[in-house]
Design a protein around this ligand. Structure first.
Ligand code: CMC
Length: 411
């Protein structure tokens, strides 16, 4: 497999720029605080580009709309991780290897049976992903075969683990992957225990493409920080899953449906937004650090939702969602706040019969491709992340013996 050339060049370029900037390093003003690292470049990357003012998103130079129309999730994952689209033989090999590694050990399934059924599936996924490190614990991260195998295993097993926890928490045994089904169709089969309509599988595969990568978002940054310690890729993915779970990141798609339910009807959208904005509540599924226009993924997801509604019947919530978008544009549009990827994804997943608390684990199934691409890139030019801080605590002071301390609570 010749996937190293472009990658090696990118690494050399990166090293050159990093060395050049070493001179200016001392001159940096370490006292400038940038909360949330907004606008602070912390790495170079050749994986994904976002033009937030125009609403353009590319993976390795290919536009998201073209990838969604032409590619499959596995092909897109290959592109993201290895830098180039696979040739037919590479694609066949990759698909076959992912298919072969879909099963998870009975030990992982048994471990998941001990998880509380009421626990959130993201917590179950984080624990299960981390547990893979116990099974494949050789940290040979300088060995291309180890890297390839880890990529295959993570892409293959994460969907199986998400589907397994769904059945286990209902008191059922997980069902085995079906080798005759492609990636998306097999996941829906393992989750719902029946083979889905090909349109459902196709739409789901496109959703995976749309969520696969988005430059240095919080979970990807988390993945890169963990990767920079040279730990194993299972720990990298587990830390990223934990970060993705939060409501300001991947978890927002669950809250969007909750919000649409609270709005209740299209005619109530304006009043709901007025009240939420006046009480400084965030409108879930709106706003993005990078975009000042509608997220291109939201537009594609909206089209996918409409495709599903045309085939399988309307969803009343869609009318409410559209009304929220129209009303929000008047109120938040001038501030550059528009629907993000989470706004319509929940409606698509709902139509596919997927339970609400699995929306974020599904995001993770897809985003593992981006995390692994960043893992490889980080290893190619690694320097451990160790930012600085502005200390605001007490100056050095004298120790006070326990009996001489006056409780500040009594004062
Ligand atoms: N509803 C209302 N006001 C908003 C929203 C929103 N969804 N998003 C931002 N604003 C306002 C915010 O109140 C602030 O106003 P002001 O300057 O008057 O105080 C201004 O816009 C800047 O907001 P911010 O929170 O400082 O912006 P940020 O870049 O730190 O946050 C965000 C980005 C995505 C965390 C934020 O827009 C948000 O919390 N959105 C709702 C949650 C959500 O949908 N998250 C999914 C993000 S996309 C997928 C993903 O990354 O997983």
């Amino acid at each position: 497999m010749d996937v190293g050339g472009t990658f090696t060049n990118a690494v050399l370029n990166l090293k050159a720029v990093v060395e050049q900037s070493a001179d200016t390093k001392q001159k940096n003003d370490y006292q400038v605080l940038r909360p949330g690292l907004e606008g602070v470049p912390v790495t170079q990357s050749s994986i994904c580009d976002i033009d937030g003012s125009k609403g353009n998103l590319t993976y390795r130079g290919y536009s998201i709309s073209e990838l969604t129309a032409q590619s499959s999730f596995l092909e897109t994952a290959y592109l993201l991780i290895w830098g180039e689209l696979p040739n037919p033989q590479q694609m066949r090999d990759f698909e076959a290897e992912v298919r072969m590694h879909r099963r998870v050990s009975f030990r992982v399934r048994d471990m998941m049976k001990c998880f509380p059924a009421t626990g959130h599936p993201m917590d179950a996924l984080q624990s299960s992903a981390a547990s893979l490190g116990l099974f494949y614990s050789r940290r040979a991260i300088d060995n291309p075969k180890y890297i390839y195998d880890a990529v295959v295993r993570l892409i293959a097993k994460i969907p199986t683990m998400v589907a397994a926890f769904q059945l286990i928490r209902k008191g059922q045994d997980p069902i085995q992957p079906r080798d005759d089904l492609a990636y998306a169709a097999n996941f829906l089969y393992m989750l719902t225990e029946r083979e889905q309509d090909p349109l459902a599988a196709r739409v789901f595969d496109k959703c995976l493409i749309l969520h696969a990568e988005h430059s240095l978002n919080a979970s990807t940054f988390s993945a890169r920080v963990t990767a920079s310690t040279l730990t194993d890729p299972y720990a990298v993915v587990a830390s990223a899953v934990g970060t993705l779970a939060g409501p300001l990141h991947g978890g927002a798609n669950e809250d969007v449906l909750q919000m649409i339910e609270e709005v209740g009807s299209a005619s109530n959208a304006g009043a709901y937004l007025d009240e939420a904005i006046a009480s400084k509540r965030k409108i879930m599924g709106f706003g993005h650090r990078e975009y000042r226009v509608k997220d291109p993924r939201a537009s594609i997801l909206q089209e996918l939702a409409e495709e599903l509604f045309a085939r399988f019947g309307k969803d009343e919530m869609y009318e409410v969602a559209k009304a929220i978008e129209i009303e929000a544009e008047q109120r938040l549009g001038p501030k550059g706040i528009f629907p993000n990827v989470d706004f319509y994804s929940g409606l698509v997943y709902r139509k596919l019969g997927i339970p609400r608390d699995l929306f974020t684990p599904i995001f993770a199934i897809s985003r593992v491709a981006g995390w692994l691409a960043h893992w490889r890139e980080q290893l190619g030019a690694n320097r451990i992340f160790r930012p600085t801080q502005i200390y605001t605590g007490p100056q050095p002071r004298t120790w006070i013996a326990s009996e001489e301390r006056i409780s500040s609570l009594n004062n």
